[in-house]
Design a protein around this ligand. Structure first.
Ligand code: C2E
Ligand code: CA
Ligand code: CA
Ligand code: CA
Length: 277
C-alpha cells in the first residue's frame, strides 16, 4: 500500500486474481471491523458567510493493518456486498447520537449534521422508519439532520423516492443533492423533487478560477438553485480565491480544506467554537 494523502491509502494489485482476493478479504474485514468498532465518523465544517452552520459526516475505517482506509475504496465494495445497509445504519445512529450530544452544548447546539445516503440504503422499504427510529432512540432533533442524496439514487423509482422524502421532511429533515452537475437530471425533474439544497461538485470548484467551463457550470448551478428556492453549497473549496469567486456568483455557503479537513468529533467541536468566536 502506498500512502496517497493524509487520510487515504491506495492499493495496487499486480493482477486481477490478487484484486479479487483483496476484495473478498476487505469485505470480510469490514464485517469484523463494524462489530469491533473500527469505523469512525469524521466531520467537516460547512460555513455560511462567517459562521459554521453545520458539518458533513464522513466515514473512516481504521483498518487494523492498513491504517485509515478511504471510503472511496470501501463504500463501493459495501454497496456490492450489501454491507452498506449495516454500515449506513451505524452512520445514521452515530450521527444522530452526535447531534443529540452537541445539542446540550450551548456553543454547538444548532449545528446540523449531513450524512451521505447510499442508493441501496435509501431504497430499503423501511428506510423512513429506520431514520425516524434513529432520531427517536438518540433524542436527536431531526430539524438538524440532513441527508445527502445523489442524482443516480433519485433517478430510481421517482414516485417512491418523493414519497420517502416527503415523509422525512414532515419531521424537519432536509435533503441535499450531492455532486450536483455530474449526473443527468433534467431541470423539469429537479423541480419535482422536494430538495432543500444543491451541492456544487468539487470537480467544478477545483479549477473555477482558471477554467471558463467550470466557472460557467458553477454559476449556472447557483442561478438554478436560487431560482428553484434552494440553497447552494460549494464543496472542495481549498483557497480563499475560490471562496471569493463563488461568493461573486452568489454562493455564500462553502465546505472544503480551506476551512478545515474532516475532523474527529472532539476536534471539530473545538474548531467550531474557535471559528464562531
Ligand atoms: P462526498 O460525499 O462527495 O464527500 C466529499 C469528499 O471530498 C470527502 O472525501 C472529503 O473528505 C473530500 N473533501 C472535502 N473537502 C475537500 C477539499 O477541499 N479538497 C479535496 N480534494 N477533497 C475534499 P472522503 O471523506 O474520502 O469521502 C469520499 C466519498 O465517500 C464521499 O464523497 C461519499 O460519496 C462517500 N462517503 C463518505 N462517507 C460516507 C458514508 O457515511 N456513507 C456513504 N454512503 N458514503 C460515504
Ligand atoms: Ca457528500
Ligand atoms: Ca460531494
Ligand atoms: Ca463525491
Amino acid at each position: 500500500a502506498k500512502t496517497a494523502g493524509r487520510d487515504t491509502l491506495q492499493f495496487y494489485s499486480p493482477n486481477m486474481h490478487t484484486a479479487m482476493q483483496e476484495r473478498v478479504q476487505l469485505e470480510a474485514q469490514m464485517r469484523t471491523s463494524l462489530e469491533q468498532g473500527h469505523f469512525e465518523l469524521f466531520y467537516q465544517p460547512q460555513v455560511h458567510a462567517r459562521k459554521v452552520i453545520g458539518c458533513e459526516a464522513l466515514l473512516r475505517w481504521r483498518h487494523p493493518e492498513r491504517g485509515l482506509v478511504s471510503p472511496a475504496l470501501f463504500i463501493p465494495l459495501a454497496e456490492d456486498s450489501g454491507q452498506i445497509l449495516a454500515l449506513g445504519n451505524w452512520v445514521l445512529h452515530t450521527a444522530c447520537a452526535q447531534l443529540a450530544a452537541w445539542s446540550k452544548v450551548p456553543l454547538l447546539a444548532g449545528l446540523s449534521i449531513a450524512i451521505n445516503v447510499s442508493p441501496r440504503q435509501f431504497h430499503q422499504p423501511d428506510f423512513v422508519q429506520r431514520v425516524l427510529g434513529a432520531v427517536a432512540q438518540t433524542g436527536a432533533d431531526p430539524r438538524y439532520l440532513e441527508l445527502e442524496l445523489t442524482e443516480s439514487l433519485l433517478l430510481q423509482d421517482v414516485e417512491d423516492t418523493i414519497d420517502k422524502m416527503l415523509q422525512l421532511k414532515r419531521h424537519g429533515i432536509a435533503f441535499s443533492l450531492d455532486d450536483f452537475g455530474t449526473g443527468y437530471s433534467s431541470l423539469a425533474y429537479l423541480k419535482r423533487l422536494p430538495l432543500d439544497q444543491l451541492k456544487i461538485d468539487q470537480g467544478f470548484v477545483r479549477d473555477v478560477l482558471t477554467d471558463a467551463n467550470d466557472a460557467a457550470i458553477a454559476r449556472t448551478v447557483v442561478a438554478l438553485g436560487t431560482s428553484l428556492g434552494l440553497s447552494v453549497i460549494a464543496e472542495g473549496v481549498e483557497t480563499a480565491a475560490q471562496r471569493d469567486f463563488l461568493q461573486g456568483y452568489g454562493c455564500n455557503t462553502w465546505q472544503g480544506y480551506f476551512f478545515s479537513r474532516p475532523l474527529p468529533a472532539a476536534e471539530l467541536a473545538d474548531w467550531v467554537v474557535q471559528f464562531n468566536a
